[in-house]
Write a protein that binds this ligand. Structure first.
Ligand code: ATP
Ligand code: MG
Length: 394
């Protein structure tokens, strides 16, 4: 029989919002574990198991990188908080010594502390208050400069006696919050190279939605590098949202046709109606139930209420616009947090900036726009673009 590797340190994950989901809880936990497994791949071999609303992430060998695992876990949705914990045998003397060793550096640096114990395994012969007292007393004997402060300690030490062992940890680290990706269904994110759409993608993934990227490219007006920028942005978003597909839709011919045959003041609106039609086709092909965009009211001419109405009349599925009521500064704050901002501000052209009307119509009437575009063979243009789609894995 091969001996089971005993890790010194593991990650303990207390499920956040998902613990509230009653009957569905199993599905949510399963989704979270599946996502964690995928996201931990590059950090080495880990064993994952779930008991009493806690997920245990345990290194399977010395090569598993707990530091890297921590970093990945901090971006997995469905986790409100987690801790790095020392695992030891369920034996009081061992626990005392391990607590003093494991947190020695922190204990040396602070003036007050407190031990809080939780005994889930009732077979353990000491009660929670007894464990706190015994471990606290031992620490005081090893670090005589310390004082116990039960109300406002600088360092709070948790000792948890659970089924698989005793766990010692300091305060919890913040998780990414939200719901496990995949539990909220799937939606297509219209991703440009700008600041807003990656933030919109992140926000909806946080609610448990799995993403499929849709990007409209107009070569040679838009370059290879503009496309690479979109890929890099989605890779950044993927650190939270997990794996996704990106469908790149050729948009050149449509834009040229609009420019050739339609009134200039409607260029952008007609273009956005084509985006809507095509994105919905892609969404249906990919089993998505909704679209996501990075639109924000009043940011540009095509984001006034009447302009949004011109695209929305074509919608046959919900269109989520999570940044619709946010100021640019608020959006930028999130872009910085998820590390997309620096990429987004790199100056590559987007298809929206090609053929921009000098005087865009900000109060369009749906019927007028529809009439203006009716000179085009809309169905044929849509089919042609659909036939030219490229699919990438992010
Ligand atoms: P962003 O910062 O996301 O580029 P924006 O403020 O520049 O947004 P627009 O260019 O008008 O606004 O685009 C509004 C939304 O339309 C974008 O947030 C995105 O969802 C979608 N969109 C724009 N251009 C493209 C594109 N080339 N491919 C896919 N979706 C796009
Ligand atoms: Mg844009």
């Amino acid at each position: 029989m091969t001996e089971i590797y005993q890790p010194n340190e593991i990650l303990l994950i207390k499920n956040g919002e998902i613990a509230l989901k009653g009957l569905n809880r199993r599905n949510f936990e399963d989704a979270l574990i599946k996502n964690l497994r995928y996201r931990l791949q590059h950090a080495g071999d880990f064993r994952l198991r779930c008991a009493q609303s806690t997920i245990y992430i345990e290194p399977k060998n010395d090569y598993a990188d707990l530091e890297e695992a921590c970093d990945s876990v901090s971006r997995v949705f469905g986790i409100s908080a987690f801790s790095r914990a020392r695992v030891v045998e369920k034996d009081l003397a061992t626990i005392q010594q391990a607590a003093a060793d494991y947190l020695a550096e922190r204990l040396r640096e602070c003036a007050t502390f407190k031990v809080e114990a939780k005994r889930a395994d009732k077979k353990f012969p000491y009660t929670s208050p007894e464990i706190s007292r015994e471990v606290g007393g031992y620490i005081l004997s090893k670090f005589p400069h310390l004082k116990v402060d039960v109300h406002n300690p600088e360092l709070q030490i948790m000792v948890e006696i659970r089924d698989f062992g005793a766990y010692i940890h300091a305060e919890q680290l913040p998780g990414a919050g939200g719901m496990p990706v995949g539990t909220g269904g799937k939606a297509a994110i219209l991703i440009s190279g700008g600041i807003d759409s990656p933030v919109a993608a992140y926000m909806m993934a946080k609610r448990g939605i799995k993403l499929v990227g849709v990007h409209f490219a107009s070569p040679p007006y838009t370059s290879e590098r503009a496309e690479q920028k979109v890929i890099s942005l989605l890779e950044k978003v993927g650190r939270y949202a997990g794996h996704m597909k990106l469908r790149i839709v050729p948009f050149t011919h449509i834009q040229e046709e609009i420019r050739r045959a339609c009134p200039e003041e409607y260029f952008t609106l007609i273009m956005r109606r084509f985006m809507m039609r095509l994105a919905q086709r892609v969404a249906r092909d990919e089993n998505c139930g909704a679209l996501i965009t990075g639109e924000s009211v009043a940011q540009v001419a095509s984001q006034t209420i009447p302009a949004l109405a011109v695209t929305d009349v074509l919608a046959t599925m919900p269109v989520f616009r999570p940044v619709i009521g946010m100021d640019k500064e608020e959006i930028v704050a999130i872009a910085r947090k998820i590390d997309t901002f620096e990429l987004s501000i790199q100056p590559y052209e987007d298809c929206c900036t090609v053929f921009t009307p000098r005087h865009p119509c900000t109060r369009p009437k749906v019927a007028k726009v529809a009439e203006a575009e009716s000179v085009l063979d809309i169905d044929a243009l849509v089919e042609e673009a659909m036939a030219g789609i490229r699919v990438l894995d992010i």
